[in-house]
Structure formats: C-alpha cells, structure tokens
Design a protein around this ligand. Structure first.
Ligand SMILES: Cc1ncc(COP(=O)(O)O)c(C=O)c1O
Length: 433
C-alpha cells in the first residue's frame, strides 16, 4: 500500500472515531474498553506468539506471557467464582467453536433457541453448529414471555435427549429457564451449555442469572459486550461429577481451544482482558446495576411514547437490551437507517414472529444501553434518548435530533466504572504523521 493509501485509511479511522464521539452508540454487542486496558492493545505483546498453556509452550519468549496468562485466568476464576476458566479464545464465536469441537461430533443432535427468537448465528445451520455437522432442534418460543417455552422445551429435551442443550441469545431480554429445566436435563443426561456472550458483564456484576450455579456445565462468552473489554472470548465451567471427571471434561474443552480452533491467541488482547477483569471485580456490580436500570427506563419511556416494546408482561427487560416492534413506524430497516442518519446507532432485528428467511427488513430494532451507561448516563438521560428516538421514528426530525445528540454527547464523553475514570472516550491517537 502506498503512503497515500495509508493516509487515506488514517483519515477514515479518524472520521469514524469522530462520528462515534458525536453519536449515541446503541448496538447491544458493543462497548468502550477502559483507557488502561486500551494501552495494552498497542504493547509489544501484539507482535508475539504463544501456543498451548503456560509452562507447556511451543515457542520461546513466553516467560512473562505465561505469568500474564496465569494471572488473567485467576482473575476470570475470581470474577465468575469458578474453578475452570480459559481466557484464550479470540472471540465469542471462537469460544463456541471450541466447545462444539470438545463436546460434539458430526451427526450429533443438540437443542437450542430459534434464530428469530434471538439465537446467535453461530448456532445456526449455516453457522458454527451446522458447519460442525451437528443438527440443532429449536426450542419453541413464547412471544408473550419473550423466552423459550419452558414446558414444551422440557418435553423436547426429554424426547430428543440431545448431546448438548444450548441456551443464550443475541437478543437476551430475560434469563434462560435453567432451574425450571433441571429435571429434563437429568432425565436426558445432557450437557448444558450456556452462551453468555451478551450478558457476561451483567452475570459478573451479579445482575443477571448465574448460569453455572443454575445447572449449566459450561459457559462461553464475548469479553466486549456487557463485559467492557477487548474483542475476545472466554470459557468458564462448572463440570459435573467428581474431581477426576471434572478435570477430564475440562481437558476436553481446553483441547477444543488448542489445538482445536486456535493457534496463537492474540496476547495483547489477553493483557487488556486482565485489566477489564480486575476493573469489573472493583466496579462491575455498580455498572451492571445501572445498565439494567437504564434499559428498563428506556423501555418504559418508549412504551409511554407509544412504541410497541416487547416483553411488556415481564417488565420489558432484565438485561441491557430493549426490543421494539417498529412496523407502525415503517419497519426495522427504515427506522434503523433513519436513526443512523441522526447519529443514533442501533440495528434492525428479527422479531420472533418474523420470517427467518427474510432477515433484511424485519419488524424490529434492538437497542443496547451498556455503552451509554459506561459514559455515565443514567435514568434521566434514558428518558431523553427515548424522546430523541421518537422524534426520528415518528416525527422524522433527523437533522434536529442529530444536533441534539451531538450536544448531549458533549456532556458525556468520558469513561466511567474503570481505574482511570474521566479519561476522554473516542480518542484518536495520531501515531501516523
Ligand atoms: C449469543 C452470542 N453468541 C456469540 C456471539 C459471537 O460473539 P463474537 O462477536 O465475540 O464472536 C454473539 C455476538 O453477538 C452472540 O450474540
């Protein structure tokens, strides 16, 4: 690439950063990494390789990397109060692949949530599950509860006796009914896998269900959604049985990670993750509490402004996510695109009653409040954000809202719930002159 091209990229990244500085980022799977964690992303660790586990590497040069990995693993165990943690997966999908490699073989049958009910693409026929040659049977979904149907899912698990029962979604409004399905798990003798990608930070902050104490044997997750860290993944487990059985289960999972689905595991991100975990031990509860309060306030306010907010029966949401049916406002695609023009960034989303084969213009939008919370916004700001959304989706006031969003962001431009509170967010480092 010529220098001219490099400078073009610099300009684009700068524009992107400035745009997000002046926007309300409300994609439910994103967040702001803390200033201290961010520093490690440009450390020398980025240039290095480590394969295997500490003390059993295939490369020299890992004396300090081993210590970093051991400490990161210990921090993960401490935060999630578990005996087994693997911090090497480089994304949530990668963690899911590792678990699939460890626990299933081609031809196996698993059960999991339906796509239009909010399941992640990695559990779809055309995602990691299907590509492993595993067949997923979907739990029936209850739209009023905005959750899988407990009785029908219990029946399904007992009849199918799946190798693995998978839970967890990308639109995760309410906890999965793990406790309620205990008998079915026992009768089917199934392994219970919880994909906590979206809610990992809420679980760690004690504000969502605690899956590994409610019957899940293994939990995967992304470390950059409600857990506000580097883009990475992790696996945590509470395997069944005596110590020998537990260790055997865990070894299988770790072999799924390496050599199963990763080689080097992006060491700069691992060091950054250690900082995120340490910060979450200190600030996670306070942060997660505010996230849930903010989501509930936003949902209630949108509802009062006339929007069809899903999950009404159960108080709209118990997580960071709000799901809105915007058919009356022109459909998910139109509303999401108009909001983007007004600097409110969210995504259009399938709703449980949409046709999963037509994901391009679904009925809903998905809103996440975790990044706005990280910027220090509370209930009052959520009420204002609901009003801004209404002004775009109902009144069509795109230009007016864009101006007001920018003004609001000038007051909320530092990162909270971390060691270096008050450091400016959306900084652009001018390293290329
Ligand atoms: C439920 C669920 N699992 C897995 C993933 C994948 O995570 P990643 O983007 O870290 O690969 C996502 C991403 O949004 C998700 O929602």
């Amino acid at each position: 690439m010529s220098l001219e091209d490099a400078l073009k990229i610099k300009e684009l990244v700068k524009k992107h950063t400035e745009w997000f500085r002046d926007s309300l980022p409300m994609i439910a799977s994103e967040n702001l990494i803390s200033p201290m964690a961010q520093e490690f992303l440009i450390s020398d660790l980025h240039n290095r390789y480590a394969e295997g586990l500490p003390g059993k590497r295939y490369y020299q040069g890992n004396i300090y990397v081993d210590q970093i990995e051991e400490l990161t693993t210990e921090l993960a165990k401490k935060l999630f109060k578990v005996d087994y943690a693997d911090v090497r997966p480089i994304s949530g999908t990668n963690a899911n692949q590792a678990v699939l490699f460890a626990l299933t073989k081609p031809g196996d049958v698993i059960t999991g949530p339906p796509l239009q009910g909010g399941a992640h693409i990695s559990s779809a026929k055309f995602g990691a599950v299907g590509m492993r040659g595993v067949h997923k049977i979907e739990y029936p979904f209850d739209v009023e509860e905005m959750n899988i149907d407990v009785d029908m899912s219990a029946k399904l698990i007992k009849i199918v006796k799946p190798k693995v029962a998978l839970f967890g979604m990308s639109v995760f409004l309410f906890p999965a009914p793990l406790k309620e399905l205990q008998d079915a798990f026992q009768e089917a003798g199934t392994t219970v896998w919880y994909d906590g990608a979206h809610v990992l930070g809420l679980i760690a902050g004690g504000q969502f269900q605690d899956p590994l104490r409610e019957g899940a044997h293994v939990m995967t997750g992304s470390t950059h959604k409600t857990l506000p860290g580097p883009q990475r993944g992790m696996i945590l487990a509470n395997p069944p049985g005596d110590e020998e059985k537990r260790d055997k289960f865990w070894k299988k999972i770790q072999r799924g990670v390496f050599p199963g689905v990763i080689s080097n595991h992006h060491l700069h991100h691992m060091a950054a993750l250690a900082i995120t975990l340490a910060e979450h031990i200190e600030f996670g509860k306070q942060y997660a509490e505010q996230v849930v309060k903010n989501a509930q306030t936003l949902a209630q306010e949108l509802y009062e402004l006339g929007f069809k907010v899903l999950g009404e029966k159960n108080g709209f949401t118990k997580s960071h996510t709000v799901l809105v049916d915007v058919v009356a406002q022109g459909g998910g695609r139109k509303v999401a695109e108009d909001l983007e023009k007004a600097n409110i960034i969210c995504n259009y989303n399938l709703l449980p009653y949409d046709d999963p084969k037509k994901p391009r213009n679904p009925s809903g939008i998905r809103l996440g409040v975790q990044e706005l919370t990280r910027l220090g916004m509370k209930e009052n700001e959520m009420k204002y954000v609901a009003e801004l959304i209404k002004r775009v989706a109902v009144d069509g006031d795109i230009e007016g809202v864009k101006k007001d969003v920018k003004e609001l962001k000038e007051e909320f431009n530092t990162i909270h719930y971390c060691f270096n509170e008050g450091v400016e967010a959306y900084k652009f480092l001018e390293l290329v002159k």
